[in-house]
Design a protein around this ligand. Structure first.
Ligand code: CS2
Length: 494
């Protein structure tokens, strides 16, 4: 099949192959600045917004995608080259692929190249919402103190050089300063990261920073900026080189960075916007008064479920989530974890059938077309575990209830952090705390609880004698018998 580069000029060539934007992109104004244009944003919010822009009366909600870190240069260059266009490939359960070219990212900025452009854009009167996918670690939260981490050298640099920020907190502060000085209306800052109370977290962290960096701004923010919580969901594995080739060969689209994802998607947003907001509910999102229960359910079942499968599966030598969940011993273990250690902490969730939800997760994890890599799941575990798993452990400990499976997974993480799987193959570990995890994991070989000393991850968990006992037992068992035998034993006895 003849193929063409994906860009504005060639867009019409693809319309017989896949869905393309049929609205006039040149007429779309930027109403949203989004920071963090990775796969998840492009599979989720940018798609909802794409669908919205097909409504002829909507042209004010185009997205300006901001690449914040040096590391993000590649996606910036790609999107710039492609006029912001990219292909979303949904890998259906039956093995077919549904493809669609997305045009909702109408502008792109690379922050390290020119910070002032990003600050000006965030301060533009047309921009009503700044959305974020900056990852769990991006919020600069210290698990040990429960506070903002002022020790971070980048934060110190932002305080000293406010005009050339490096972190999201520096950018937001400068932009809000301009908005206040120019007498502009308030703005909404909406987190789309996997964090319990992600809006509250953004608000708390930003205000902590502003109190030190620009105290005169605090009361303006308190009265003019809103921080809605939201629950976001769509499994989006990393794009594989074969996805790029496949798209070119089957649809004639030369896209340097398409996004692949599962069919399921969900977005529940707290209806708390400072000014106008897009009618995302017309394209499948839900607006709710209180999203906290939905967030809790999703983080502690889906995301924690991923971590369980990722850590155990990596030690067993698997590569993708579907492979692990198709091992019946592991899926029974996961089901036990969900039913006996997570469900009791969730209370009643109005309008949600938890049994159906848990079953649907096992099915989604089992989608063998999307090949969700364990390396992706286990990356940055030091930021994920405290959010996905530890609140559940703490709640269970408080109720004097079961923590055995969670303790087992955390002990397995300590073994994983040594750096090789059970067959001796090296593990690819990507984590901001990689060297600390590794050092503690090595000490843990003689003294297993040394791993729990990492306070920024575990907080005060090691003070629980009940937990420590379960963890130590699990550690000994894993290193003596291997993960699978232990899992079978737990499945048979609990
Ligand atoms: C995953 C998430 O990163 C992870 O550990 O659990 O990226 C997950 O795929 C998404 O949150 C799904 O909505």
């Amino acid at each position: 099949m003849k193929s063409y580069k994906l860009n504005n000029q060639n867009l019409a060539k693809f319309k017989d192959q896949v869905a393309v934007p049929t609205y006039d992109r040149s007429q779309v104004k930027t109403g949203i600045v989004h920071v963090g244009i990775g796969g998840f944003h492009r599979a989720h919010q940018a798609l909802y917004t794409e669908q919205l822009l097909h409504n002829p009366s909507v042209n004010q909600w185009g997205i300006c995608g901001v690449a914040l870190l040096d590391f993000d240069q590649k996606i910036y260059n790609t999107l710039k080259e492609q006029d912001g266009l990219y292909t979303l490939v949904v890998k259906e359960l039956d093995g077919t692929f549904t493809k669609r070219i997305i045009g909702s990212i109408v502008e792109c900025l690379f922050a390290p190249e020119d910070p002032s452009k990003v600050i000006e854009k965030m301060a533009s009167p047309d921009v009503k919402i700044i959305t974020l996918t900056i990852t769990e670690g991006g919020y600069n939260y210290n698990e040990a103190t429960g506070e903002f981490n002022f020790e971070n050298p980048q934060i110190q640099s932002d305080i000293e050089n406010p005009q050339a920020p490096k972190t999201i907190f520096g950018y937001l502060t400068q932009a809000l300063k301009l908005r206040k000085e120019r007498g502009l209306p308030g703005i909404t800052i909406q987190s789309c990261d996997n964090i319990q109370g992600n809006g509250h977290m953004t608000q708390k962290m930003l205000l902590s920073y502003v109190k030190v960096a620009a105290p005169e701004l605090v009361s303006w923010i308190e009265s003019n900026v809103s921080f809605p919580n939201s629950m976001v969901d769509r499994i989006t594995p990393a794009t594989a080189p074969s996805d790029i080739v496949d798209l070119k060969e089957t649809s004639g689209i030369e896209d340097a960075w398409p996004v692949v994802c599962e069919p399921f998607k969900q977005w529940v947003i707290e209806d708390d916007f400072a000014t106008e907001r897009p009618a995302w509910e017309t394209v499948g999102a839900q607006f709710a008064k209180d999203v906290v229960p939905y967030e809790k359910m999703k983080l502690s079942l889906l995301n924690a479920g991923h971590s369980v499968l990722g850590i155990l599966g990596s030690l067993l030598g698997y590569n993708t989530i579907d492979e692990v969940v198709h091992n019946p011993n592991i899926s029974t273990f996961l089901k036990g974890y969900m039913d006996e250690e997570v469900t009791p902490t969730l209370g009643t969730l109005e309008g949600v059938d938890l049994e159906v939800y848990k079953q649907s997760l096992i099915e989604r994890f089992g989608n063998s077309n999307i090949k969700d890599q364990l390396d992706r799941i286990c990356s940055e575990s030091s930021a994920k575990i405290p959010i996905f798993m530890l609140p559940t452990v703490q709640a269970q400990l408080k109720d004097k209830a079961l923590v055995k499976r969670a303790a087992f997974v955390l002990a397995a993480w300590a073994v994983y952090s040594i750096g090789t799987d059970e067959k001796g193959k090296e593990l690819v570990i990507k984590d901001a705390l990689k060297s600390t995890l590794h050092t503690k994991a090595q000490v843990a070989q003689k003294n297993p609880t040394a791993f729990l000393d990492i306070e920024t991850v575990f907080g005060t968990l090691k003070e629980s004698a009940v937990f420590v006992q379960a963890y130590k037992e699990a550690y000994e068992n894993i290193t003596t018998h291997g993960v699978e035998k232990c899992v079978i034993e737990i499945n048979n006895t609990l």
